[in-house]
Write a protein that binds this ligand. Structure first.
Ligand code: ADP
Ligand code: MG
Length: 238
């Protein structure tokens, strides 16, 4: 597990400012859900935490250590995307082991980690398949398997279930919560889905136009929304 501290983080793309000074402290083992309309900067914030995007101003600390200049692979964080982002030319086992292989882990360690993750996610029968021979739900399972084999300190989920149908979303939601608990990781989860936010979150972070509007438990946001934007998001069932 890891604590993640985001201090006055700003992001500009050229002359366009998309995050205007975000402050957020996430505790060890916490499940934080980030909500907000399309374009408000959710993915950009996750990408900066993962190191996939440079921080324009401010600081990101993981377990108290500044990571702004640290390469993604040295941050001990795994990201799960909506688009799965699997390597098409690799089978499931190869996709899952890739992160350990590029870190030059020992072969026995890789085998054990892959089989452990495959068991957790019920992927054993699919290990030799290529991504194109899998359903959407199975692909997202592989993407999660790939994230957990490295046993990262933190998971960043960017709308991981948006491409799945409602029944599968519900099932995967329960699995994600269970994985988070089992692995004792810290998770930040971006979603448009209110039910996902309310059921998964220890705390919800509501963002609008590059500014954090409110941070609190699902109940706090529901009972005492800080403004109309938060009330609109939490109050009206989808
Ligand atoms: P969200 O995930 O909340 O939908 P994003 O973080 O993807 O929002 O995007 C926030 C804003 O930053 C949007 O206006 C988007 O167009 C802009 N943006 C994101 N990535 C880039 C980029 N690489 N170059 C320029 N603008 C970008
Ligand atoms: Mg996004």
């Amino acid at each position: 597990m890891a604590s993640i501290d985001i201090r006055n983080v700003r992001k500009n793309f050229g002359i366009v400012s998309v995050l205007h000074g975000v402050d957020l402290s996430i505790k060890n083992g916490e499940f934080v859900v980030l909500v907000g309309p399309s374009g408000c900067g959710k993915s950009t914030l996750l990408r900066m935490i993962a190191g996939l995007e440079e921080v324009t101003e401010g600081e990101i600390r993981i377990d108290g250590m500044r990571v702004n200049e640290r390469a993604p692979k040295d941050r001990d964080i795994a990201m799960v995307f909506q688009s799965y982002a699997l390597y098409p030319h690799m089978n499931v086992a190869e996709n899952m082991s890739y992160g350990l292989r590029i870190r030059k882990a020992a072969r026995e360690k890789i085998t054990a980690a892959v089989s452990n993750a495959a068991r957790k996610l019920e992927l054993q029968p699919l290990l030799a398949r290529r991504p194109k021979a899998l359903s959407g739900g199975q692909r997202q399972r592989v993407a999660m398997g790939r994230a957990i084999v490295r046993q990262p300190k933190a998971f960043l989920f960017d709308e991981p279930l948006s491409n799945l149908d409602a029944r599968l979303r519900e099932q995967m939601r329960a699995e994600i919560k269970k994985l988070h608990r089992d692995l004792g990781a810290t998770s930040i989860y971006v979603t448009h889905d209110q039910i996902e936010a309310m059921t998964l979150a220890d705390r919800i972070v509501a963002m609008h136009e590059g500014v954090v509007q409110q941070v609190g438990s699902p109940l706090q946001l529901y009972d005492r929304p800080a403004n109309l934007f938060v009330a609109g998001f939490i109050g009206s069932p989808a």
